[in-house]
Design a protein around this ligand. Structure first.
Ligand SMILES: [Mg+2]
Length: 274
Protein backbone atom coordinates (compact mmCIF):
# COMPACT_ATOMS: atom_id res chain seq x y z
CA UNK A 1 0.00 0.00 0.00
CA UNK A 2 1.14 3.56 -0.55
CA UNK A 3 2.85 5.75 1.96
CA UNK A 4 0.46 8.61 2.64
CA UNK A 5 3.08 10.64 4.49
CA UNK A 6 5.22 10.93 1.38
CA UNK A 7 3.19 12.33 -1.52
CA UNK A 8 4.68 11.35 -4.84
CA UNK A 9 5.17 13.75 -7.67
CA UNK A 10 3.88 12.17 -10.82
CA UNK A 11 6.17 14.09 -13.13
CA UNK A 12 9.29 13.20 -11.14
CA UNK A 13 8.50 9.55 -10.65
CA UNK A 14 10.48 7.40 -13.05
CA UNK A 15 8.21 4.76 -14.51
CA UNK A 16 11.19 2.50 -15.04
CA UNK A 17 11.44 2.05 -11.27
CA UNK A 18 8.82 -0.67 -11.68
CA UNK A 19 10.77 -3.59 -13.09
CA UNK A 20 7.67 -5.38 -14.27
CA UNK A 21 6.42 -2.43 -16.26
CA UNK A 22 8.59 -2.81 -19.34
CA UNK A 23 7.48 -6.33 -20.08
CA UNK A 24 3.82 -5.40 -19.64
CA UNK A 25 3.96 -2.27 -21.73
CA UNK A 26 5.79 -3.97 -24.57
CA UNK A 27 2.98 -6.41 -25.21
CA UNK A 28 1.20 -6.11 -28.52
CA UNK A 29 -2.46 -5.07 -28.53
CA UNK A 30 -4.66 -8.11 -28.31
CA UNK A 31 -8.29 -9.00 -28.50
CA UNK A 32 -9.97 -9.35 -25.13
CA UNK A 33 -12.61 -11.83 -24.15
CA UNK A 34 -14.57 -11.91 -20.93
CA UNK A 35 -13.21 -15.08 -19.35
CA UNK A 36 -11.88 -14.35 -15.89
CA UNK A 37 -8.16 -15.03 -15.78
CA UNK A 38 -7.59 -16.47 -12.35
CA UNK A 39 -3.85 -16.88 -12.88
CA UNK A 40 -3.31 -13.24 -13.84
CA UNK A 41 -4.29 -10.87 -11.06
CA UNK A 42 -3.37 -7.27 -10.44
CA UNK A 43 -3.08 -7.57 -6.67
CA UNK A 44 0.68 -6.99 -6.70
CA UNK A 45 0.51 -4.21 -9.28
CA UNK A 46 -1.96 -1.72 -7.82
CA UNK A 47 -2.41 0.28 -4.63
CA UNK A 48 -5.45 2.36 -5.50
CA UNK A 49 -8.68 1.79 -7.42
CA UNK A 50 -10.58 4.71 -8.89
CA UNK A 51 -14.17 4.22 -10.04
CA UNK A 52 -16.19 6.14 -12.58
CA UNK A 53 -19.76 6.82 -11.42
CA UNK A 54 -22.22 7.07 -14.32
CA UNK A 55 -22.98 3.71 -15.89
CA UNK A 56 -20.23 2.13 -13.81
CA UNK A 57 -21.30 2.28 -10.14
CA UNK A 58 -24.66 3.96 -10.75
CA UNK A 59 -27.03 3.23 -13.61
CA UNK A 60 -27.25 6.58 -15.38
CA UNK A 61 -28.83 5.06 -18.50
CA UNK A 62 -31.65 3.52 -16.46
CA UNK A 63 -32.32 6.80 -14.66
CA UNK A 64 -32.22 8.83 -17.86
CA UNK A 65 -34.62 6.53 -19.70
CA UNK A 66 -37.11 6.33 -16.85
CA UNK A 67 -36.95 10.08 -16.26
CA UNK A 68 -37.72 10.70 -19.94
CA UNK A 69 -40.57 8.19 -19.76
CA UNK A 70 -41.96 10.05 -16.73
CA UNK A 71 -41.66 13.37 -18.56
CA UNK A 72 -43.44 11.89 -21.55
CA UNK A 73 -46.28 10.60 -19.34
CA UNK A 74 -46.66 13.92 -17.58
CA UNK A 75 -46.63 15.95 -20.78
CA UNK A 76 -48.44 13.60 -23.13
CA UNK A 77 -49.81 16.48 -25.21
CA UNK A 78 -46.22 17.43 -26.02
CA UNK A 79 -44.49 14.06 -26.22
CA UNK A 80 -47.29 11.55 -26.72
CA UNK A 81 -46.66 11.20 -30.45
CA UNK A 82 -43.20 9.81 -29.67
CA UNK A 83 -42.39 6.45 -28.17
CA UNK A 84 -39.99 6.43 -25.22
CA UNK A 85 -37.31 5.08 -27.58
CA UNK A 86 -37.89 7.92 -30.04
CA UNK A 87 -37.88 10.50 -27.27
CA UNK A 88 -34.64 9.11 -25.83
CA UNK A 89 -33.00 9.02 -29.25
CA UNK A 90 -33.99 12.63 -29.97
CA UNK A 91 -32.81 13.67 -26.51
CA UNK A 92 -29.44 12.04 -27.17
CA UNK A 93 -29.17 13.81 -30.52
CA UNK A 94 -29.64 17.11 -28.71
CA UNK A 95 -27.76 16.42 -25.49
CA UNK A 96 -24.67 14.65 -26.83
CA UNK A 97 -23.27 17.47 -28.98
CA UNK A 98 -23.93 19.95 -26.16
CA UNK A 99 -21.98 17.71 -23.78
CA UNK A 100 -19.15 17.34 -26.26
CA UNK A 101 -18.89 21.11 -26.61
CA UNK A 102 -18.96 21.46 -22.84
CA UNK A 103 -16.29 18.75 -22.50
CA UNK A 104 -13.99 20.56 -24.89
CA UNK A 105 -14.52 23.89 -23.16
CA UNK A 106 -16.45 25.49 -26.01
CA UNK A 107 -19.52 26.26 -23.93
CA UNK A 108 -20.39 26.70 -20.26
CA UNK A 109 -22.34 24.04 -18.42
CA UNK A 110 -25.23 26.45 -17.91
CA UNK A 111 -25.71 26.37 -21.67
CA UNK A 112 -26.02 22.58 -21.54
CA UNK A 113 -28.47 22.72 -18.65
CA UNK A 114 -30.63 25.48 -20.06
CA UNK A 115 -30.52 24.78 -23.79
CA UNK A 116 -31.17 21.09 -24.10
CA UNK A 117 -34.89 21.09 -23.44
CA UNK A 118 -35.72 24.15 -25.58
CA UNK A 119 -33.72 22.49 -28.35
CA UNK A 120 -35.50 19.19 -27.77
CA UNK A 121 -38.89 20.91 -27.98
CA UNK A 122 -37.86 22.71 -31.15
CA UNK A 123 -36.72 19.42 -32.63
CA UNK A 124 -40.16 17.88 -32.10
CA UNK A 125 -42.03 21.01 -33.25
CA UNK A 126 -43.32 21.93 -29.80
CA UNK A 127 -41.52 25.22 -29.10
CA UNK A 128 -44.56 26.54 -27.25
CA UNK A 129 -44.10 24.14 -24.31
CA UNK A 130 -42.55 25.28 -21.04
CA UNK A 131 -38.99 24.04 -21.51
CA UNK A 132 -37.70 25.28 -18.17
CA UNK A 133 -40.44 23.47 -16.27
CA UNK A 134 -40.01 20.30 -18.29
CA UNK A 135 -36.25 20.39 -17.75
CA UNK A 136 -36.79 20.78 -14.03
CA UNK A 137 -39.21 17.84 -13.93
CA UNK A 138 -36.69 15.77 -15.87
CA UNK A 139 -33.93 16.44 -13.32
CA UNK A 140 -36.28 15.64 -10.43
CA UNK A 141 -37.33 12.37 -12.03
CA UNK A 142 -33.75 11.55 -13.01
CA UNK A 143 -32.75 11.74 -9.35
CA UNK A 144 -35.70 9.57 -8.32
CA UNK A 145 -34.47 6.75 -10.56
CA UNK A 146 -30.84 6.59 -9.45
CA UNK A 147 -29.79 3.09 -8.48
CA UNK A 148 -26.71 0.93 -8.50
CA UNK A 149 -25.68 -1.02 -11.56
CA UNK A 150 -26.40 -4.65 -10.69
CA UNK A 151 -23.52 -6.08 -8.68
CA UNK A 152 -21.62 -2.80 -8.35
CA UNK A 153 -22.50 -2.01 -4.75
CA UNK A 154 -21.15 -5.23 -3.24
CA UNK A 155 -18.10 -5.26 -5.49
CA UNK A 156 -17.22 -1.67 -4.60
CA UNK A 157 -17.50 -2.52 -0.90
CA UNK A 158 -15.37 -5.63 -1.28
CA UNK A 159 -12.66 -3.85 -3.23
CA UNK A 160 -12.70 -1.03 -0.67
CA UNK A 161 -11.86 -3.60 2.00
CA UNK A 162 -8.68 -4.55 0.16
CA UNK A 163 -7.50 -1.36 -1.57
CA UNK A 164 -7.71 2.37 -1.12
CA UNK A 165 -10.48 3.56 -3.43
CA UNK A 166 -11.71 6.79 -4.96
CA UNK A 167 -14.25 8.24 -7.34
CA UNK A 168 -13.35 10.08 -10.54
CA UNK A 169 -16.32 11.30 -12.53
CA UNK A 170 -17.39 13.74 -15.21
CA UNK A 171 -20.79 15.34 -14.90
CA UNK A 172 -22.15 18.43 -13.24
CA UNK A 173 -20.51 18.78 -9.83
CA UNK A 174 -23.76 19.61 -8.07
CA UNK A 175 -25.56 16.61 -9.57
CA UNK A 176 -22.69 14.25 -8.75
CA UNK A 177 -22.70 15.60 -5.19
CA UNK A 178 -26.41 14.75 -4.94
CA UNK A 179 -25.70 11.23 -6.12
CA UNK A 180 -23.02 10.73 -3.49
CA UNK A 181 -25.38 12.12 -0.88
CA UNK A 182 -28.00 9.56 -1.88
CA UNK A 183 -25.43 6.75 -1.77
CA UNK A 184 -23.23 7.87 1.15
CA UNK A 185 -21.45 4.54 1.39
CA UNK A 186 -19.58 5.42 -1.82
CA UNK A 187 -18.23 8.66 -0.39
CA UNK A 188 -17.64 7.18 3.06
CA UNK A 189 -15.26 4.59 1.70
CA UNK A 190 -13.51 6.84 -0.81
CA UNK A 191 -10.17 8.47 0.02
CA UNK A 192 -10.54 10.76 -3.00
CA UNK A 193 -13.68 12.11 -4.65
CA UNK A 194 -12.90 14.16 -7.74
CA UNK A 195 -15.46 15.59 -10.15
CA UNK A 196 -13.45 16.53 -13.21
CA UNK A 197 -15.15 19.93 -13.38
CA UNK A 198 -13.01 20.88 -10.35
CA UNK A 199 -9.85 20.53 -12.44
CA UNK A 200 -11.00 22.83 -15.23
CA UNK A 201 -11.07 19.92 -17.66
CA UNK A 202 -13.06 16.76 -18.23
CA UNK A 203 -12.01 13.19 -18.85
CA UNK A 204 -10.21 12.12 -20.99
CA UNK A 205 -8.03 15.24 -20.55
CA UNK A 206 -4.72 14.12 -18.97
CA UNK A 207 -4.82 16.87 -16.34
CA UNK A 208 -7.87 15.24 -14.74
CA UNK A 209 -5.96 12.00 -14.23
CA UNK A 210 -2.86 13.85 -12.99
CA UNK A 211 -4.89 15.65 -10.32
CA UNK A 212 -6.59 12.40 -9.29
CA UNK A 213 -3.25 10.59 -8.90
CA UNK A 214 -1.77 13.49 -6.94
CA UNK A 215 -4.73 13.53 -4.56
CA UNK A 216 -4.47 9.77 -4.09
CA UNK A 217 -0.71 10.14 -3.52
CA UNK A 218 -0.05 7.17 -5.75
CA UNK A 219 2.08 6.86 -8.87
CA UNK A 220 0.01 6.42 -12.04
CA UNK A 221 1.22 2.89 -12.77
CA UNK A 222 -0.09 1.71 -9.38
CA UNK A 223 -3.67 2.85 -10.09
CA UNK A 224 -6.53 0.84 -11.57
CA UNK A 225 -9.41 2.75 -13.13
CA UNK A 226 -12.80 1.07 -13.44
CA UNK A 227 -15.05 2.76 -15.98
CA UNK A 228 -17.51 2.21 -18.81
CA UNK A 229 -16.54 4.83 -21.40
CA UNK A 230 -14.04 3.84 -24.06
CA UNK A 231 -13.02 7.42 -24.78
CA UNK A 232 -13.19 9.00 -21.31
CA UNK A 233 -12.09 6.08 -19.18
CA UNK A 234 -10.16 3.53 -21.25
CA UNK A 235 -8.31 5.95 -23.51
CA UNK A 236 -7.97 8.60 -20.81
CA UNK A 237 -6.76 6.20 -18.13
CA UNK A 238 -4.43 4.36 -20.48
CA UNK A 239 -2.79 7.55 -21.68
CA UNK A 240 -2.27 8.54 -18.04
CA UNK A 241 -0.38 5.29 -17.43
CA UNK A 242 -3.08 3.70 -15.29
CA UNK A 243 -4.32 0.13 -15.45
CA UNK A 244 -7.89 0.13 -16.75
CA UNK A 245 -10.78 -2.27 -16.20
CA UNK A 246 -13.31 -1.48 -18.88
CA UNK A 247 -16.91 -2.19 -17.82
CA UNK A 248 -18.19 -3.15 -21.26
CA UNK A 249 -21.83 -3.95 -20.59
CA UNK A 250 -22.63 -4.07 -24.29
CA UNK A 251 -19.51 -5.98 -25.33
CA UNK A 252 -16.13 -4.86 -26.62
CA UNK A 253 -17.26 -4.33 -30.23
CA UNK A 254 -13.91 -5.34 -31.62
CA UNK A 255 -11.93 -2.84 -29.56
CA UNK A 256 -8.39 -3.94 -28.80
CA UNK A 257 -6.55 -3.20 -25.60
CA UNK A 258 -2.98 -3.19 -24.41
CA UNK A 259 -1.69 -5.42 -21.63
CA UNK A 260 -2.64 -2.96 -18.90
CA UNK A 261 -6.31 -2.90 -19.90
CA UNK A 262 -8.94 -5.60 -19.71
CA UNK A 263 -12.69 -5.73 -20.17
CA UNK A 264 -15.36 -7.21 -17.93
CA UNK A 265 -19.12 -7.60 -18.17
CA UNK A 266 -19.84 -9.12 -14.78
CA UNK A 267 -18.60 -7.61 -11.53
CA UNK A 268 -17.50 -11.03 -10.28
CA UNK A 269 -15.05 -11.11 -13.19
CA UNK A 270 -13.49 -7.87 -11.97
CA UNK A 271 -13.08 -9.34 -8.49
CA UNK A 272 -11.34 -12.37 -9.93
CA UNK A 273 -8.64 -10.07 -11.31
CA UNK A 274 -7.94 -8.30 -8.03
MG1 LIG B 1 -19.38 6.52 -17.12
Amino acid sequence: MSNRSAPLSIKNTPCSSDPSRDSRSSRSPRSIDFRPVSTSTLSNDIDFVFFDVDDTLLDHSHAERHALADVRSRYLAVFGHLSVDELQQTYHEINRPLWEKYSSGEIEKEIVKHDRFPRLLNAIDAPHADAARIGSVYLQRYAEHWKYVDGARDTYAEIAERYRVGVLTNGFAEVQAQKLKKFPEIRDRADVVLVSEETGHMKPHPHVFEVAAERAEVTPERILYVGDSWRSDVEGGSRAGWHVAWFARSGVNGQEMNGRTFAFQDWSDLLSRL
